[in-house]
Design a protein around this ligand. Sequence first.
Ligand SMILES: Cc1cc2nc3c(=O)[nH]c(=O)nc-3n(C[C@H](O)[C@H](O)[C@H](O)COP(=O)(O)OP(=O)(O)OC[C@H]3O[C@@H](n4cnc5c(N)ncnc54)[C@H](O)[C@@H]3O)c2cc1C
Length: 452
Amino acid sequence: MTDLTIVGGGLAGCEAAWQAAQRGLKVSLFEMRPEVKTGAHTSSYLSELVCSNSLGSNLLDRAPGLLKDELRRLGSLLLQCARETSVPAGGALAVDREMFASIVTERIEGHKNITLIRREIREIPNKATVIASGPLTSPELSKAIQKISGKQHLYFYDAIAPIVEKESIDFSTAFFASRYGRGDQETGDYINCPMTKDEYIAFVEELLTAERIELKPFEKDLETGVKAGSHRFFEGCLPVEILARRGRDTLAFGPMRPVGLSDPHTKRRPYAVLQLRQDNLAGTLFNMVGFQTNLKFPEQRRIFREIPGMERATFVRYGQMHRNTFIYSPALLKPTLQFKSRHDLFFAGQIIGVEGYAGNIATGLLAGWNAARLLNGQHAIALPPTTMLGALCQYITHASAADFQPMKANFGILPPLEGEIKRNRRERAVAYTQRSLSDLEQFLQLLQMSEG
Ligand SMILES: Cc1cc2nc3c(=O)[nH]c(=O)nc-3n(C[C@H](O)[C@H](O)[C@H](O)COP(=O)(O)OP(=O)(O)OC[C@H]3O[C@@H](n4cnc5c(N)ncnc54)[C@H](O)[C@@H]3O)c2cc1C
């Protein structure tokens, strides 16, 4: 007998399934792949990472680092799997994507309380359910979600970055280094392709005139005023050619910034730099950091090969645009991740407007935990808004209606610090972190005491 149905075996769905199963629930986890494809996933593994292999910073004075520490304290399965399959990435937690997805699949399939069913769900089940079908929710399920949520169901586009083979990069120009020498490996974790000012300017010119793939115009959305044919992107995941349009130096101050790097060949700081991050444990594949793009594939090959060191680059995957689906959480969800008008229905992951792998895992954790609490006769909980997970849930359920945008872990969404003490940025980050972790600890202790 199933207690809880989970739709979607991605990051949020797997974490939710694990949390609920660990608390004794019988869970049916529905994943439509491999029969029904998403257009971005390429394997039949659960929790496949579709773009970057990085779960973001590991450092405790960074917001994603704090979120990971909260996940660790809350017993996250996927964080544990990520640590077991990590690859060098400076202060970040990056994984061998295949190993990561394969061990998550193994653990989920091996749990005695979880039944994995490879089938598309087309209607919202009429019993306790977590919807974690992600940004590429199947069209049929999207329609069903639209039916219960009204007009507030939004669509827009996002972009992924190319991956190249390391052995195709020319190291007489490119060099290994981490910014400010802060890497895990002595040689540095990133491959850097340096550019002079003239090279950079010529490159930006090419980006501005390059041919882009035509996107299907999407429907006018009355809620947000998005016009048919216009394109909306996550601010943090803008295609490189869109960034280039914002001004000649936008890239040199953005993903191509050279700070903390010195070119060992010239002993000087380059004007701009393309960084490539290790993508698999074997260290044979590297992805172009911040180079999400919607350029036509031959254009990507032509233009990116103009970057010094990339002249003979072999692309194992080109950048692409993709659909992104999320619900209008401020009107629909509670900070417990329950649907306002149906308390046994939970939503988690990217579909609620939380951006980033770690955030998707974290909301899956809360939804699974709360579903278990509810079915075990307890009330669903919202975490303190001073914790990063609590703040994310607070933000997406209370954001202003007019400009609701998906949100990543960041210190800006935490309530201000008390007291008049003047602090610099780093000191503020440390204070936020200390407050979050101590409030989380206290919250868990009180919960345990009140429930025995
Ligand atoms: C192409 C792309 C690139 C991205 N790049 C990044 C990145 O680099 N860094 C980052 O932090 N975030 C990125 N994101 C955003 C987001 O973090 C990831 O999509 C993340 O995997 C979302 O986790 P999730 O659990 O919400 O959804 P997913 O991991 O996508 O899992 C949802 C699962 O539900 C399944 N499913 C869908 N509909 C149904 C149905 N009707 N029935 C049954 N199963 C269904 C899907 O097959 C999928 O396996 C990207 C998103 C996309 C689409």
